[in-house]
Design a protein around this ligand. Structure first.
Ligand code: ADP
Length: 248
């Protein structure tokens, strides 16, 4: 049963760059279906944490486990994607010259299983997946549109849609609403609410209004480890968190 239990477990992860500890015995547990927001001042280690989970950075010490059995530190980046972890960086990286639909189909073709299917023809299930994702990201009326002509928010949703094509268990998102209008931000909050449960979302975010809207739970990172964890109200009421944000 994959509908509950721990999806991600980081155990005492440490990462140093030239003697500087970017992560310092970081431990974190995320439950299946959760929508977790990671906050913390610049340099807290948020990006380094995402890099460890996705295999981009190797920790000096500690463990990282996906689901009950998968040792992430034993896998390469591509194998981690294959295992069901999708990551979206802050800037959209859609193929601007291609249509929305082609972007979604292309995302499928990076998948090992899809590459084994005949030529460029999608299976019925894959065609259905494209339709489903178009509806999820609310671009069903824009399928034929050139991706480069979309608004900033629509490009971000398209890129999330590209990740969804592979049906990842865990989605890692870096400041997904940066640069969005209020309208686009609200729609993104709705999208995330609809994805949580079926997927697990870990969102690095600076926009506290957005965090308030979406987070089931918030983790505050500081100097490479967890400073506080709980609801946004709980962590914002924590004196240590207040001190860190005031820069004392
Ligand atoms: P955040 O994403 O929370 O702003 P980062 O994980 O990017 O924090 O960075 C944590 C610390 O590690 C910062 O002080 C940063 O300068 C340092 N750091 C990150 N990556 C590298 C690197 N490749 N080489 C040297 N220092 C790095």
């Amino acid at each position: 049963d994959t509908s509950h239990g721990v999806v991600l477990y980081l155990d005492d992860i440490s990462v140093s760059f030239d003697g500087f500890r970017a992560l310092n015995k970081l431990s974190l547990t995320i439950d299946t279906g959760e929508l977790r927001c990671i906050i913390g001042p610049n340099g807290a280690g948020k990006t380094t944490m995402m890099d460890v989970i996705t295999g981009k950075t190797r920790p000096d010490a500690g463990g990282a486990f996906f689901g009950q059995t998968i040792d992430l530190l034993a896998l390469r980046e591509a194998e981690i994607v294959e295992a069901g972890i999708g990551r979206k960086f802050q800037k959209p990286t859609v193929f601007e010259q291609l249509s929305v639909q082609d972007n979604l189909e292309l995302a499928l073709k990076t998948d090992k299983r899809a590459r084994k299917t005949l030529g460029f023809r999608l299976s019925a299930a894959q065609r259905q997946r494209v339709e489903e994702v178009l509806v999820q990201i609310r671009l069903e009326d824009q399928a034929a549109r050139r991706a480069g002509d979309l608004s900033h928010g629509q490009k971000q949703w398209l890129e999330i849609g590209m990740l969804l094509m592979l049906d990842p268990k865990l989605l890692l998102l870096d400041e997904p609403v940066a640069g969005m209008t209020d309208f686009e931000t609200d729609r993104t909050a709705e999208l995330f609410a609809s994805l949580a449960g079926k997927h697990t979302l870990v969102v690095v975010e600076h926009d506290m209004e957005f965090v308030r809207k979406i987070a089931h739970k918030v983790t505050v990172l500081h100097e490479g480890s967890v400073l506080a964890e709980g609801s946004l109200e709980q962590v914002q009421a924590d004196e240590r968190v207040v001190e860190v944000y005031l820069g004392r």
